[in-house]
Design a protein around this ligand. Structure first.
Ligand SMILES: [Cu+2]
Length: 456
C-alpha cells in the first residue's frame, strides 16, 4: 500500500497547481465565507422553525472550467446556519427535491431516537416528500446536519450545514467564526466523480480542493490583539484536518459536546471527519503581515503522514492599533466525570476483502449483519473499541456523549481510534432507542463499518 501515499502527494500537488489558476481573482473574505443564517419562521422567543429544501444547484469552484452540479440545502454549500438556544423548541421541515431519497441526521445532538435521521428509524424521505424534525437541544455547542442515507455520496455532493446552540454563559470574544472544513474531489470539467478506486475507498475520499465554508483559500483579516473564537467542524468524507497557524497557540476551549473544564493549548489542531473543536487565540501578527493557515499532513495509516502541507487559508493582520489587554479563559465549569468500570462491551474494527470487495468490519461483520449491543436504559457502560487495522478510524456514536479514558476530560461523540490501538469510551445510555455507531470516514461507514446499540 506504499503507492497510496505517493498518490496522495500527487493529489496535493495538483491542488496547489489548481489554486494558482485563480490568480487575478480576489480571494474570498470573511464576508464571502459567512454562513447564511436560516430564517426563523416562528416569532416566539423560545421557538425556532426552519424550512429546508434539499435540491440540486450549481456551484462554481475556482479550479474548474464549468459549474458543478451540487446537492444542497436551500441551494447553498454549506447549507444555512441554524441557530438556537439551549431549551428552544426547534422544528425543521425538510422537503426533499432531490432525485433520490434522503434523511437528516443531527450529528451530536442528544434528541429522541425518532428524530435522529437514520433511515431504519424514521424511514427514508422519498423525492417530493417532507419530514418534520422537532426536538429541544439540551446542550450548548456546535453541531452539524447531513444525510444518513448514501452519506458518502450525498455529503460529498454538498449536503451539510451547521447548527449552533448557545448557552447562557458563552465565553466572551472580540470575534467569533463558525468554520466548516471540507474538501471536494472535482474534475476540471466541474463534474464530481461518483466511482472511487480502492485507494480512495481505503483512505476515505480525498478532495483536490480544500474548502472553508464552501470557499477555497479565503483571506481572513484579523485585528491585532483581538480575542478570536473559532468553532470548527470537519465535514469532509475522508480528510483529517491538522491545522497550524504559525506564531499562534490555539487554546482548545470546547469539544463535540461543549466547553471543557480545563482549556489547553495546541500547536496543531487535529480534527477528524465529524469532530468539532472550539478554539480561542489572540491575534498576534505584525501590522500588515500575512500568515498561512496550513493543513499539515497527519499519519493515519498507509503513508498519509508524508503528504505535503496544504494551504487552507491566509490570515492577514491589520495595520490599525492593536486591541489591548485580552486574556484567554483559564477554566470553565466542571463537568461530571462518569464512573469508570471494566470494559462492559468490546468491539473490534477491521478491514477485509469479501468476495473481491474491500469492506470495513465490526467484529468481522458488515452492516447490517453486525449484531446490536444491548444496554439497559439508564446504565453507564464502558465500550472498548479495538482497532486491528492499519488505519485510524474516527468512531462516532449517535444519541450520547462519551468520555475517553486516558484523555482530557471532555464530552465527545466522535473520536479517533488509531491503527492497532484501543480506546475505552464511557457513556450513560439514558435515552431509549436504536442508536447507530459507525466510522465517520463515510466510505468506511457505507462499506460495512456501522452497528447499533439498542437501549431499552
Ligand atoms: Cu474508518
Amino acid at each position: 500500500m506504499r503507492t497510496v501515499g505517493v498518490l496522495l502527494v500527487l493529489a496535493a500537488a495538483a491542488g496547489c497547481a489548481d489554486g494558482e489558476e485563480r490568480q487575478g481573482a480576489p480571494a474570498p473574505t470573511w464576508d464571502d465565507i459567512a454562513l447564511t443564517p436560516a430564517k426563523d419562521l416562528d416569532p416566539a422567543p423560545n421557538a425556532v422553525a426552519i424550512e429546508l429544501e434539499a435540491r440540486t444547484a450549481k456551484k462554481r469552484y475556482p479550479t474548474t472550467r464549468a459549474a458543478t452540479e451540487v446537492w444542497a440545502y436551500d441551494g447553498r454549500v454549506p447549507g444555512p446556519l441554524i441557530e438556537a438556544k439551549v431549551g428552544d423548541a426547534l422544528a425543521v421541515r425538510l422537503t426533499n427535491l432531490l432525485p433520490e431519497a434522503t434523511t437528516v441526521h443531527w450529528h451530536g445532538v442528544r434528541l429522541p431516537n425518532a428524530m435522529d435521521g437514520v433511515p431504519h428509524v424514521q424511514g427514508p424521505i422519498e423525492p417530493g416528500q417532507s419530514f418534520d424534525y422537532a426536538f429541544t437541544p439540551e446542550d450548548a455547542g456546535l453541531f452539524w446536519f447531513h444525510p444518513h442515507l448514501r452519506s458518502d455520496v450525498q455529503v460529498e455532493k454538498g449536503l451539510y450545514g451547521a447548527l449552533v446552540v448557545r448557552g447562557e454563559s458563552e465565553p466572551k470574544s472580540d470575534h467569533e467564526a463558525i468554520l466548516i472544513l471540507d474538501d471536494v474531489r472535482v474534475n476540471a470539467d466541474g463534474t464530481l466523480p461518483e466511482h472511487l478506486d480502492d485507494e480512495q475507498l481505503m483512505l476515505g475520499r480525498h478532495g483536490n480542493l480544500l474548502l472553508v465554508n464552501g470557499q477555497s483559500r479565503p483571506e481572513l483579516a484579523l485585528r491585532r490583539g483581538s480575542l478570536e473564537r473559532w468553532r470548527l467542524v470537519n465535514a469532509a468524507n475522508g480528510r483529517f484536518f491538522n491545522l497550524r497557524l504559525p506564531g499562534h497557540t490555539l487554546q482548545i476551549i470546547g469539544t463535540d459536546g461543549g466547553l471543557v473544564p480545563k482549556p489547553r493549548g495546541v500547536e496543531r489542531l487535529l480534527i477528524a471527519p465529524g469532530e468539532r473543536y472550539d478554539v480561542m487565540f489572540i491575534a498576534g501578527g505584525e501590522p500588515g503581515e500575512s500568515v498561512t493557515l496550513w493543513n499539515d499532513p497527519y499519519e493515519r495509516g498507509h503513508g498519509t503522514g508524508s503528504d505535503e502541507p496544504m494551504v487552507l487559508a491566509t490570515v492577514r493582520f491589520g495595520t490599525e492599533a492593536p486591541l489591548e489587554g485580552r486574556q484567554l479563559p483559564g477554566a470553565f465549569a466542571d463537568i461530571e466525570q462518569l464512573p469508570t468500570a471494566e470494559n462492559d462491551f468490546q468491539i473490534e474494527l477491521g478491514e477485509a476483502f469479501q468476495g473481491g470487495d474491500l469492506v470495513f468490519t465490526i467484529n468481522g461483520k458488515t452492516w447490517p449483519d453486525v449484531p446490536p449491543l444491548m444496554i439497559a436504559e439508564g446504565a453507564t457502560k464502558t465500550l472498548s473499541v479495538s482497532n486491528v487495522s492499519d488505519m485510524a478510524h474516527p468512531f462516532h456514536l449517535h444519541g450520547f456523549f462519551f468520555q475517553v479514558l486516558g484523555q482530557p476530560l471532555a464530552w465527545k461523540d466522535t473520536v479517533i481510534v488509531g491503527g492497532h490501538s484501543k480506546l475505552s469510551l464511557v457513556a450513560r445510555y439514558d435515552r431509549p432507542g436504536h442508536w447507530m455507531y459507525h466510522c465517520h470516514l463515510l466510505e468506511h461507514a457505507e462499506h460495512g463499518m456501522m452497528g447499533e446499540i439498542h437501549v431499552e
